[in-house]
Write a protein that binds this ligand. Structure first.
Ligand code: GUN
Length: 293
């Protein structure tokens, strides 16, 4: 049976470390770090994500603010809101929760965020720096996975890594980070996607498989090599009236099947998700330290 990469436990540890560091600054009479979240409209999942981000801030002693905007806001009005946040000297970082309504050009909005406050790491300047191995904000999910591999001492040098899914916020940055120099990295990376042919030929040869697909139970034991490390980024809500919340969360990995063969595996929930949340705090702390020093 596979060992568990316990993202929930590790995220608690990281949040504790952040909380202690914040307390040290506050004890020296510095203001606390401040993160703001912009929520446009009332998409159910987005509301939950933003609520969680705000809760996380309070748990570690950050100040947080929520900029709640109507779903019918126009692009210029939203750009004005971003400008205010960019110019707010008491704000270390902010995120614009995605997806945005269809009538708003997401790229234009992301481009308007001050890269120094882009704690999601979505601005092309941060993405470019990441690819060039320069210091930058890393997107929270890939950063969380890198941190998990590091803290669990999972070897990556020279390993065959297969990433499934080429999204801007998970798959593509993940493939870049794993190919960068140093640890965790120095891997040989294959970025697969919906047009990849014979995916199994790649996954069967992979030492590490990172799935960010959004198709529940997609990855089966028969598709992996014995002893592989399996990172499951998929989180799909499945309606189920027998559950307390009316739904449950399913990963991309057929957990019972794959864990028989894997050496390490992330559970869903309790794997990558909580690490993502912790790394947004980490990025905000990094922005804060630059601001006050
Ligand atoms: N929507 C889904 N994931 C994310 C994220 O990490 N950041 C933002 N801003 N929106 C998202």
């Amino acid at each position: 049976m596979a060992n568990i990469l316990d993202g929930l436990k590790l995220s608690k540890q990281i949040k504790q470390e952040i909380k202690e560091e914040v307390a040290q600054y506050v004890n020296k009479s510095f203001r606390p770090p401040h993160l703001s979240a912009v929520l446009v409209g009332n998409n159910g999942a987005s509301v939950t994500y933003v609520d969680n981000k705000i809760k996380d801030c309070h748990a570690v002693g950050f100040r947080s603010s929520l900029v709640k905007l109507p779903g019918n806001i126009n692009e210029n009005e939203l750009l004005q809101e971003i400008k205010k946040l960019n110019e707010d000297k008491d704000l270390d970082g902010f995120i614009v929760q995605l997806p945005l309504p269809d009538h708003i050009d997401q790229e234009k909005i992301i481009m308007a965020i001050d890269p120094e406050k882009d704690v999601d790491g979505f601005h092309p300047q941060n993405f470019g720096k990441m690819a060039l191995e320069m210091e930058s904000f890393l997107p929270a999910t890939p950063y969380g996975i890198m941190t998990m591999l590091k803290r669990y001492n999972v070897p990556t040098q020279g390993k065959n890594v297969v990433v499934i899914g080429r999204s801007r916020i998970v798959g593509r940055p993940m493939s870049i980070l794993m190919s960068r120099k140093g640890y965790p990295g120095d891997a040989t990376v294959t970025l697969t996607h919906s047009k990849t042919q014979n995916l199994q030929d790649f996954t069967k040869n992979a030492d590490i498989v990172i799935t960010a697909l959004g198709v529940p139970n997609f990855l089966k034991g028969s598709m992996i090599k014995k002893g592989a490390v399996i990172i499951d980024v998929g989180i799909t809500r499945i309606d189920d009236s027998t559950k307390e919340r009316g739904f449950y969360l399913a990963g991309d990995v057929d957990y019972n099947d794959v864990s028989e063969k894997a050496s390490w595996i992330t559970p869903v929930p309790g794997g990558v998700g909580p690490m993502t949340r912790a790394m947004l705090l980490k990025n905000t702390l990094i922005a804060y330290k630059k601001n006050i020093n």
